[in-house]
Design a protein around this ligand. Structure first.
Ligand code: SAM
Length: 278
């Protein structure tokens, strides 16, 4: 099966991709600490070619390009046209020499052994065949080249990410239930599964470590974020304005615990995974 035409591909090319474009500034602010960690890890040894997988609107790719300067070439790959278009606009505005490729990273033909470091911020949990996808990324990586990505731990460990669907479910009974190990946000929740995928894909020296990051953004952005993002954002997109408002008012109190003054703050419970191409 080709991810391009499967559920995840269609999702990111459409509603989810557009929502991420609209909320790009808020998302880059809240996940800024993870961007910094990935950029510093990637830049910790010599890099001439870097590949950001599931780069979305390009925040991490652009930050790495700024950090590495003119001696390195950074490429971002993403399946979503709207997100890649946004990433290209951002690169052009800054005049950064970054390539953004719109393609499925599981199937894309990368130049073999061409990349020094593959990185990703939450962009690698969506493949329909993750072993094939990570084998493809390994083939793109030169011997001794590195992989480093951040993925979510379990939904139960990330209450901020699931509060909206818990609160809205009585009004939206058709909301999808998260299934263990399914492609999606929490597809890499099980550490053993992450190790298994990387090892079967031929990566060596796999490390999967817990990473807890405090993420923050302005409270003034919370309603906009909730009404666009995640399963609830997608579910209410087709509803009339009155029903959308009702869902938003029902969800909002569930987020009081995350608001202090004018700031939303939550802990992102993640894995940081790293490995090497042999
Ligand atoms: C959670 S978003 C993360 C975006 C970005 N890395 C960031 O942190 O802002 C996941 C991204 O993975 C992309 N994606 C999903 N499946 C993909 C695939 N098979 N190949 C390339 N990108 C994919 C989506 O389009 C989306 O941009």
């Amino acid at each position: 099966m080709n991810t391009e035409t499967s559920g995840q591909g269609a999702l990111w090319k459409g509603g989810a991709g557009n929502a991420w474009v609209d909320e790009q500034a808020v998302i880059d602010q809240m996940f800024g600490p993870i961007e910094t960690l990935l950029v510093e890890t990637a830049a910790s040894s010599k890099v001439e070619r870097a590949l950001d997988v599931g780069c979305g609107t390009g925040g991490t790719t652009l930050a790495l390009a700024r950090r590495l300067g003119t001696g390195a070439r950074c490429t971002g790959i993403d399946i979503s046209e709207p997100m890649i278009a946004s990433a290209r606009r951002r690169a052009a505005l800054e005049g950064l020499p970054v390539d953004f490729v719109c393609a499925d990273a599981q199937h894309h033909h990368f130049e073999p052994a061409s990349v020094d470091v593959v990185l990703s911020r939450f962009g690698v949990m969506f493949f329909d065949d993750p072993v094939a996808a990570f084998a493809n990324l390994r083939q793109a990586t030169r011997p001794g080249g590195r992989l480093c990505f951040v993925a979510w731990r379990a939904a139960e460990d990330n209450p901020f990410m699931t509060a909206a669907e818990h609160a809205a479910r009585p009004l939206l009974p058709g909301l999808p239930q998260r299934q263990p190990d399914e492609a999606g946000q929490f597809g890499f929740a099980r550490e053993a599964r992450v190790r298994d995928i990387l090892e079967h894909a031929g990566w060596e020296g796999t490390k999967v470590e817990r990473l807890d990051v405090q993420c923050r953004f302005p409270e003034s952005e919370l309603t906009g974020y909730l009404s666009r993002m995640g399963p609830v954002g997608r579910a209410i997109a087709g509803l009339d304005a009155a029903m959308q408002q009702r869902v938003i008012e029902t969800m909002r109190p569930a987020f009081n615990a995350f608001v202090t003054g004018d700031t939303v703050s939550f802990r992102a419970a993640c894995w940081v995974a790293s490995a090497q191409a042999g």
